[in-house]
Design a protein. Structure first.
Length: 254
């Protein structure tokens, strides 16, 4: 009910590229978000999802985050995880277009899961070096095998905090936050990774309306003095640190 209510509010205040005066944001929306090209790689995204959704293998889940809203069962089929927790195809396509458009060299993903978003970001820019962290050992093991043919992807397993040493991170061009969907953890990871952000870094937060706490975290992040521009697409929240732009928040329908 919370998400439904927030979505109605989102629709009432969201817009498209019209009225966007920032050339950078306008180009991102028109050339990336609204790009209608049917790329050959979309077939690979769809095939990978279909393979996951038909996979009957059962693994034991170790959930270090906020858990699933669908089930509390620890023994879960890969097909079930793909259907209930996997990145939707529409978002995977957007992830592909985004890395193709911005060409990030170093990508960090917090929350590998079954690697749907990982695959999409890799296909968009295969030369990018992706570091992806997953808290569940069995999930991480499965995905490493499933994406074994993809190069330039480093898989790490365990708590995010054990791999993210504050002040000891390389610069990241793109960070995708898709792990612990709690207010406290989201803000903590944001603050931990801030020193690794440069002028062109993009932070993407998944499910910013997942809960009231996640929405509160999103609002706090938007107001941070180092944040210059944000884009709320309802399912993802984009954060930019471009010093040449005045602070501005956009709500865009995709």
């Amino acid at each position: 009910m919370y998400q439904q209510k927030k979505y109605i509010q989102f629709l009432s205040k969201s817009s498209n590229q019209h009225g966007v005066h920032s050339p950078f944001v306008y180009n991102l929306i028109t050339k990336c978000f609204y790009n209608k090209t049917t790329y050959p790689a979309y077939k690979d995204l769809k095939t990978y999802r279909q393979n996951l959704r038909s996979n009957k293998e059962v693994i034991t889940i170790t959930d270090l985050g906020s858990g699933s809203k669908k089930t509390n069962t620890k023994e879960r089929r890969i097909s079930e995880i793909a259907k209930t927790s996997g990145t939707p195809l529409k978002r995977a396509k957007l992830g592909y277009r985004l890395t193709q458009y911005v060409q990030p060299e170093h990508i960090l993903e917090l929350g590998t899961s079954l690697g749907i978003a990982t695959q999409a970001m890799h296909l968009g820019h295969p030369q990018a070096k992706i570091t992806t962290i997953e808290g569940c050992p069995n999930c991480s093991k499965f995905t490493q095998t499933a994406l074994a043919d993809y190069k330039n992807i480093q898989f790490l397993t365990g708590h995010f905090s054990q791999h993210l040493n504050k002040g000891n991170q390389q610069p990241w061009d793109l960070v995708f936050f898709d792990g612990n969907h709690t207010k406290e953890a989201t803000i903590a990871y944001f603050e931990t990774l801030l020193p690794s952000a440069h002028n062109d870094t993009i932070f993407i937060f998944d499910d910013i309306y997942w809960s009231e706490g996640m929405t509160q975290a999103w609002e706090i992040i938007k107001q941070h003095p180092q944040v210059s521009v944000t884009i709320d697409t309802f399912f993802w929240g984009f954060v930019f640190f471009r010093k040449e732009q005045g602070k501005e928040h956009f709500t865009i329908r995709i």
